[in-house]
Design a protein around this ligand. Structure first.
Ligand SMILES: [Zn+2]
Ligand SMILES: [Zn+2]
Length: 491
């Protein structure tokens, strides 16, 4: 760690790069690609990775985020095996029955697609699209994309269209919610056994297995391996139209260049050092490895997150006050709110399930709205308190957001199953649309938020944050002296 006092006015940043990076002497007007360097996507710290052994993960030395996970297994064969298993299970889930309900001799069998179809017939179009996307389309597309990616990865060089497949995989993966759906099935089942005789079909068991095989594909996949074998373009075009040559170097000793000149690709993780200081939110360049637009921070992150949070707050009130479904038993109907569902499970002595639904449907949306608001206020006040805690909390929010869909899935199953006219029937109500809107809008809000901004405004990323001309932080922490902690991989 360098202890020399850093002056606020760096005479020439390019000169500094030239002095501190071995091998960067000949041409200062080129773009450098730093091998074995990563930017932490959560706190924005650039750090050298060095050599990472098999079965180890490298995590951020400042906030603990996993940067690289290196698996011991074959990079392609094991995930491919899990992926083929997932494909077989997915087809099985599509074409076998989920549950059969028998009410006084009248039977009704539902399959996976019945839920979205019944919602559509009842006039809940957007809701039916959402359930169909999360349970039918996204899982199928994700499995097909992954199979294609793994099959192309067996070739010596990656084809030109491989990055587009990976990009679509990463975009669709969060929308495939089989693991949440299986819990929705479980909650629906406990509500149905009160009403009638329920026969659990093979699709339910296969969804459980599919959830495991899809998680195993992700766990055994090492996406860094794809990128390491990918060719890097020889030139890169900067926003001012200037085309500069690209040179790859591995920084071994000394500090990294100033963060104002660096940007990493949010998609493939490539770290570039540019000849001029790069804008904080604008497009820096097209990634010379994957073609993705490189930006230092997510565009317009604060405004978009604030707008989405306000929208979520507007939907939050009707989501909790309005009934989400109407249950008709022997001609008498009653509306049920989200909270009624929890109380019912509790009264039926299903306490673990009641706590799970309480957590997913009540606690998670509140935690997301309050947590993101707290983070936005912290950025506004340039706070440097509890940065590591806030960053970890953000990761939790991002991870648990989708679990609130349990209630939406449960209702889609109940609506599809219980259709015995006046004897017993369940229909969806407006509350479930508001509730689904809260869940989806907060998922978008979390993904629009850039947690690195919290570190930027606290002056921890060695750069000036110039939102509305507020003060800069010359007392930046030395971001160059990072050490990567290596922990055994849990998988
Ligand atoms: Zn970090
Ligand atoms: Zn890239």
């Amino acid at each position: 760690m360098s202890s020399e006092p850093r002056s606020d006015v760096t005479p020439d940043p390019v000169q500094r790069i030239a002095e501190e990076l071995p091998g960067y002497r000949a041409a200062p007007f080129e773009t450098l690609v730093l091998r074995d360097v990563a930017e932490c996507p959560c706190c924005g710290l650039y750090q050298k990775l060095g050599r990472i052994d098999d079965n180890r993960i490298a995590s951020c030395s400042r906030c603990g985020q996993t940067l690289v996970r290196r698996n011991r297994s074959g990079p392609v064969s094991l995930p491919l095996a899990f992926c083929i298993t997932s494909a077989a299970l997915y087809l099985g889930v599509l074409f076998t029955s989920l549950m059969t309900l028998n009410l006084y001799g009248r039977e009704r069998t539902v399959v996976l697609i019945t839920g979205p179809l019944e919602l559509f017939h009842e006039g809940w179009g957007p809701l039916s699209v959402l359930v169909g996307l999360a349970t039918v389309f996204a899982p199928g597309a994700v499995i097909a994309l992954m199979a294609l990616i793994l099959l192309t990865a067996r070739r010596p060089s990656l084809p030109r269209w491989a990055p587009a497949l990976l990009k679509w995989y990463e975009r669709l993966r969060p929308w495939s919610m089989m693991e949440v759906y299986i819990l929705g099935v479980l909650v629906a089942y406990t509500k149905l056994v009160d009403l009638a005789y329920v026969d659990v079909g093979p699709a339910t068991y296969m969804i459980g297995a599919l959830m495991i095989s899809m998680a195993a594909t992700d766990q055994t996949l090492d996406s860094n391996l794809f990128w390491r074998h990918r060719r890097i373009m020889k030139t890169v075009t900067l926003p001012d139209g200037q085309s500069v040559p690209v040179r790859q170097i591995t920084p071994e000793d000394g500090a990294l260049p100033p963060a104002t000149h660096m940007a990493s690709c949010s998609f493939c993780g490539l770290v570039g050092v540019f000849p001029k200081p790069v804008s904080l939110t604008g497009v820096v360049a097209k990634c010379p490895r994957c073609g993705h637009q490189v930006r230092r921070r997510k565009p317009d992150s604060l405004n978009r997150t604030t707008a989405l949070l306000l929208a979520a707050l507007i939907f939050y009130v009707p989501a909790n006050l309005m009934p989400v479904m109407t249950v008709i038993k022997l001609g008498h109907g009653s509306g049920h709110t989200i909270m009624n569902g929890v109380v019912e499970l509790w009264q039926a002595d299903m306490i673990p399930l009641a706590l799970l639904v309480l957590f997913a449907s009540i606690t998670v949306p509140v935690a997301k709205i309050l947590g993101l608001s707290w983070m936005l206020i912290g950025i506004h006040w340039h706070s440097d308190r509890a940065l590591v805690f806030r960053t970890r909390f953000y990761r939790v929010i991002e991870l648990i957001g989708r679990w609130s869909m349990i209630d939406v899935f449960m209702i889609s199953i109940l609506v599809a199953m219980v259709r015995f006219s006046n004897l017993a029937s369940i229909s969806a109500n407006g509350g479930v649309v508001s509730f689904a809107a809260v869940v989806i809008i907060t998922i978008f809000a979390a993904s629009a938020f850039d947690p690195r901004l919290m570190w930027d405004v606290a002056g921890k990323n060695g750069q000036v944050f110039s939102s509305s001309g507020k003060k800069s932080h010359p007392d930046a922490e030395n971001q160059d002296a990072a050490e990567i902690s290596r922990e055994p991989a849990r998988a």
